[in-house]
Design a binder for this molecule. Structure first.
Ligand SMILES: Nc1ncnc2c1ncn2[C@@H]1O[C@H](COP(=O)(O)OP(=O)(O)OP(=O)(O)O)[C@@H](O)[C@H]1O
Ligand SMILES: [Mg+2]
Length: 490
């Protein structure tokens, strides 16, 4: 009997071992004999995304991997070694490990074993196929045996597994050590990036109660462009025309929306409307924006080091950028005191700025801004803050992830001014939910103009940027011709 057949037989007798239960004590000692197989068959069968397959080399692979981890120890995370050096090192050690196994292997089996173990040890283990899969946009490991992905806007559980909690922990350590950071009990949560730019968050016990947790927002090498967003129904071509004019006309625009709704993607699309001859400064926590213009300076904030020193916040970068002769300042996400500096900059000639804010509606975006300005610690009266907001901001574009997984712009809202103590807002486009769902559970509706022609259209016209009246098209209106905002149409 060939080795692969023998191993297959072994595997089928042991493969239904119960999967490890979460929080079942320390798992640093994971000997091959007690270890659940890489893909517990019972759970795997319930999943749909990967075909069920028992790998004949699985047990050998697992033993080789454990032995390799034991031999290499911390050298695996040594950032002074180049990738090539580490590869060579691992291959050499692995050859010795496989030889010590004394299991006869064909040349092909040996090659495959070496490839797979090297990938597991040097790469991202079971996450690798998802990182390579262009249809996956987000990868989430809640623990070593619960890996979820997001595909086409929908969450799916997968049958992939880490060998153990320790294995997941090692992958996390590899990722964070590559960017010169450390994760341990004293600093149990870290933001990092993969070499391809994907955004990573890792959080480990004691903060993550059920074990190390890893979330990867994959970097879109080819980010969505305006035409993609139109084809997804995220916006209409009329909205695209309006936004293009607003960006060229140097209006200050805020993208608002919940987490993962597509704010950064939309900000990237808005940035693509900036004319080539302008100097752009982008400020982000982790570089995500991909601008095609030539004249771009990218700034990235810095977290404090292990002693808690050396932090450079977004706010510091916003202030610094004002001395860099920017034509445009783009702040990836406004989430703190930098809101005040942004508003001041917008009100003092740095118009055409763009940013995003985490909010549930355009109105909520205004109150978030207010709170963030208060975080700047200037003790400003609320009315003064609102006046700053009302005079600085021109437009809020709100994006939502709907129940069907699609991301849609639901509001394009003009910031009008102040009425008494209140910042007045005027919706120009609203998502129309009334057509309901189609047979696949997808929203049929589109964004419709409310019929209100925003005030800034005159201003843009004077700048030589006319907006065709068709953009504001036929309004949604009730029988007496009153737009849904309650104001008579102009
Ligand atoms: N209009 C869209 N249609 C479909 N998918 C989209 C759209 N916009 C963004 N996505 C996808 O949704 C995911 C989240 O996008 P993005 O990073 O832009 O969201 P975000 O709101 O900035 O998230 P966060 O709150 O985490 O910063 C990405 O994987 C992206 O490819
Ligand atoms: Mg974002």
């Amino acid at each position: 009997m060939k080795l692969s057949e023998r191993l297959k037989e072994l595997d089928t007798t042991g493969a239904d071992a119960a999967p490890r239960t979460n929080g079942s004590g320390p798992s640093t000692t994971t000997s091959a004999s007690t270890q659940a197989p890489a893909q517990p068959a019972a759970r795997a069968r319930a999943k749909t995304d990967a075909p069920e397959q028992v790998d004949p080399l699985a047990q050998l692979k697992q033993r080789a991997q454990q032995a390799l981890f034991a031999r290499l120890g911390s050298r695996l995370y040594d950032s002074s070694l180049s990738d090539d050096q580490l590869q060579a090192f691992v291959r050499q050690e692995l050859t010795e490990v496989v030889e010590a196994e004394r299991t006869p292997l064909s040349a092909e089996e040996r090659k495959r074993l070496t490839e797979e173990v090297t990938n597991d040890v040097l790469g991202y283990g079971p996450l690798q196929p998802f990182l390579d899969d262009p249809t996956v946009t987000e990868v989430m490991a809640n623990s070593d045996d619960a890996i979820y992905v997001e595909r086409v806007g929908r969450l799916q559980e997968t049958s992939a597994r880490f060998l153990s909690e320790d294995h997941l922990r090692r992958v996390i350590e590899r990722i964070v050590s590559q960017v010169g950071r450390r994760i341990d009990e004293s600093s149990p949560m870290v933001d990092a990036r993969l070499p391809d730019g994907s955004r990573v968050n890792a959080i480990i016990p004691p903060l993550a109660v059920d074990g190390p947790t890893l979330t990867i927002r994959k970097f879109a090498a080819d980010p969505y462009q305006v035409d993609d967003l139109i084809s997804f129904g995220s916006m209409t071509s009329e909205i695209a025309t309006l936004l293009d004019a607003c960006v060229r006309g140097r209006l200050n625009i805020l993208v608002s929306g919940g987490t993962g709704t597509g704010k950064t993607t939309l900000l990237n699309v808005l940035s693509s409307f900036i004319p080539e001859d302008e100097r752009i400064v982008t400020i982000e926590d982790a570089v995500e924006l991909q601008l095609h213009q030539d004249h771009v300076v990218r700034l990235e904030s810095r977290p404090p080091n292990i002693e808690g020193k050396g932090q450079i916040a977004i706010r510091d970068l916003v202030r610094n950028s004002l001395r860099m002769r920017p034509d445009r300042i783009i702040v990836g996400e406004t989430r703190g005191g930098e809101a005040l500096d942004m508003l001041q900059a917008m009100n003092t000639g740095h118009d055409g700025s763009l940013s995003t804010v985490h909010a549930n509606s355009p109105r909520d975006a205004i109150s978030r801004l207010e709170t963030m300005v208060l975080m700047a610690g200037m003790d400003l009266p609320v009315r003064a803050i609102r006046e700053q907001i009302a005079s600085a901001l021109d437009l809020i574009v709100h994006i939502t992830r709907l129940r069907d997984g699609s991301r849609r712009i639901t509001h394009v809202t003009e910031v009008h001014g102040m009425e008494g103590q209140v910042v007045t807002l005027q919706d120009v486009f609203l998502f129309d939910y009334s057509p309901g769902l189609d047979e696949d559970g997808r929203f049929r509706g589109v964004q419709r103009p409310t019929g209100i022609r925003p005030r800034f259209t005159d201003q843009l016209e004077q700048l030589g940027i006319p907006i065709p009246p068709i953009v504001f098209g036929a309004p949604i209106e009730d029988a007496d011709g009153i737009a849904p905002t309650g104001r008579p149409r102009r």
